[in-house]
Design a protein around this ligand. Structure first.
Ligand SMILES: NC(=O)c1ccc[n+]([C@@H]2O[C@H](COP(=O)([O-])OP(=O)(O)OC[C@H]3O[C@@H](n4cnc5c(N)ncnc54)[C@H](OP(=O)(O)O)[C@@H]3O)[C@@H](O)[C@H]2O)c1
Length: 273
């Protein structure tokens, strides 16, 4: 059984970026078989249909699987927002989305903040989404969102986090506000498996470095959504759910932070750290 956050998000989920088509469905089915019950997709990944199909084929009740999707930055304008969410519901083949996120804030405020955050809240009020949240939001925009929607409205801010990018300012802010961060790229795209400190800790606990990275991020209070198409690695990563790191492990992994950001497109906001 995977623990959940105060807002009911399972702390260990599955990323789906790049897992399209039949190969994607096969990877998702393998993950569901292993016990993953939280799946992260997005309008821009082209994986919403695979997610819906895999959940249906698995035979697992819809209510037992937590699905997150994200409104693309190209759909933030008033005229596009709601139709895009209706399309997501249709493509996923579900009545409601467990967690709906704004994928990226509107670049240079091309779409007014109040417009798309208001539309996001409306999806929750209409039952299209059970929970709402954001992704790639810096502190300044989180403050703005809390002023606009209330302090407990957002269930998460999904951002890049791994042992090489621990974002201490943002993490401290989120903890103080009771806002959970969801770590995307929690394996640094697999790079964690080549880091000697992590492999050393993994050997000590009889697991792989990926599980150490995930257990560390969860111990820091974050949700993790690693991706893999490989059954063996899906299983290795799931081991993080029952792995407890000691204080020495945590201190050694904290020291690996080097502010190494792997996703930083033109449209990115000014990051906090
Ligand atoms: N909100 C956003 O803007 C945003 C941005 C990026 C990502 N995301 C979300 O976050 C999810 C995770 O990020 P990600 O997929 O980019 O990166 P990731 O989870 O850090 O790494 C995935 C890569 O690591 C490999 N891998 C998996 N388990 C491993 C292990 N135990 N040891 C070594 N390598 C391993 C996988 O290859 P194999 O398949 O061969 O195992 C894959 O190439 C995405 O799928 C997506 O859902 C969100």
């Amino acid at each position: 059984m995977i623990a959940t956050t105060a807002h009911g998000i399972p702390k260990l989920g599955l990323g789906t970026f790049g897992r399209t088509g039949e190969a994607g469905i096969a990877a998702l089915l393998a993950a569901l078989e292993i016990g993953y019950r939280h799946i992260d997709t997005a309008q821009s990944y082209d994986t919403e249909s695979s997610v819906g199909e895999a959940v249906r084929r698995s035979g697992i009740p819809r209510s037992d699987v937590f699905i997150t999707t994200k409104v693309a930055d190209t759909n933030l304008a008033r005229a596009d927002f709601m139709p895009s969410v209706e399309r997501s519901l249709e493509i996923l083949g579900v009545d409601t989305i467990d967690l709906l996120l704004i994928h990226w804030p509107s670049e240079k405020d091309a779409v007014p903040f109040e417009d798309y955050m208001g539309a996001l809240a409306e999806t929750r009020d209409k039952g299209m989404a059970k929970r709402i949240g954001v992704s790639n939001f810096p502190i300044a925009l989180l403050d703005k969102a809390q002023t606009l929607l209330g302090t407990d409205a957002l269930s998460t801010n999904q951002v890049e986090l791994h042992p090489f990018l621990q974002s201490p300012k943002l993490s401290t802010y989120a903890r103080a506000k009771g806002l959970t961060l969801t770590a995307y790229m929690p394996l640094a795209k697999g790079k964690v498996s080549e880091e000697p400190v992590l492999t050393g800790i993994a050997d000590k606990h009889g697991v792989q470095a990926g599980a150490v990275s995930l257990a560390f991020l969860m111990a820091e209070g974050h949700v993790v959504i690693p991706a893999s198409s490989n059954s063996e690695r899906l299983r290795q990563n799931m081991a993080a759910a029952t792995l407890t790191l000691d204080a020495d492990d945590i201190a050694a992994i904290r020291a690996l932070d080097r502010g190494e950001r792997m996703i930083d497109p033109e449209k990115a906001p000014a990051w906090d750290d």
